[in-house]
Design a protein. Structure first.
Length: 299
């Protein structure tokens, strides 16, 4: 004899024992919580890489399990298991107090090791050279490093009066200069607020800009789609900056062009902004390429 109760069907056997038969709905739910039959190690690897990419975009605060599972499109048990596999290998770190996950120390170490194999100058040199030839002005490349923007490359223009605002290797807080402002404006709202709180004393000392002025400059940059600064570092100089993103959509660097204000009129700044957008799009396409100097990545 069978009778339903609380989503189950109970069957009474001859000896008085009860056996449970799952309803169709409960079986479907169970199937969703169990990995598909025939799952391979390759599938587990792909899930792990997918979760690492998600955490790479989550910033220092990280994500809770439910957020990771939702973004990855995985059942909670599967996401939990993969996270702990990554945790065992130091690719993920967990805060037990707030139960959040973020990238771990091994991810940082691997990033440092791979950074010696991929030179930003090689990636950006061609679009920078084209920008410099077309504008005849100096073009700069800055890369985000924590709360700073570091100048790693510049190509001087052919115009007789040159504006050499940044030396290669120089470091400034995010928000200072056209490239630094473009980078700061491109990050997510919460992270940007944390950065502004952290760097505003240095920015104020270097440029006189307060935190509120820096916030308004970021809002204007997002509205205009390009960063335009004037007289913040050197009087009589105007600069235009545009950020570019990595393959995961995170802002990692910026290209900028600087010239004397009387040469860099507002109309010309807008035109150069369009050129910078094209140049940064070229950089992003290069970052997406699967072949580099004989080495292949991706399918």
């Amino acid at each position: 004899m069978e009778f339903p109760f609380n989503g189950h069907r109970f069957r009474v056997r001859s000896r008085g024992a009860l056996s449970v038969a799952y309803s169709t709905d409960m079986k479907k739910q169970a199937d969703r919580d169990v990995e598909p039959q025939g799952t391979t190690e390759l599938g587990s690897l792909r899930r792990g890489v997918h979760i690492l990419k998600i955490l790479a975009t989550a910033g220092t605060r990280g994500l809770v399990l439910t957020e990771v599972a939702a973004r990855a499109g995985l059942p909670h048990p599967t996401a939990h298991r993969v996270l702990h596999q990554l945790l065992d290998q130091r690719l993920v770190a967990r805060n037990d107090e707030c139960r959040r996950y973020r990238l771990g120390p091994l991810a940082f170490e691997l990033g440092i090791a791979s950074s010696t194999m991929y030179d930003w100058r090689d990636i950006c040199d061609r679009p920078m050279a084209e920008l410099s030839a077309e504008t005849r002005d100096t073009v700069y490349l800055v890369i985000r490093s924590g709360f700073d923007a570091v100048c790693v490359h510049r190509i001087e223009g052919s115009f007789p009066i040159r504006t050499l605002l940044l030396d290669v290797g120089s470091r400034r807080p995010l928000g200072v200069g056209a490239g630094g402002l473009a980078l700061l404006a491109a990050v997510e709202d919460e992270e940007r607020g944390n950065i502004i709180e952290r760097v505003s004393p240095k920015v104020n000392a270097a440029t006189g800009m307060t935190a509120s002025i820096l916030e308004r400059a970021c809002a204007r940059t997002r509205q205009d789609g390009v960063a335009i600064v004037q007289d913040t570092i050197s009087l009589g100089v105007r600069a235009v900056g545009q950020h570019f993103c990595d393959a995961m959509g995170q802002p990692v660097g910026a290209l900028s062009v600087a010239a004397l204000s009387h040469r860099m009129t507002r109309d010309r700044a807008k035109c150069i902004g369009e050129m910078l957008r094209d140049g940064c799009a070229s950089v992003e396409r290069h970052l997406q390429q699967q072949h580099q100097n004989g080495w292949q990545s991706g399918a």
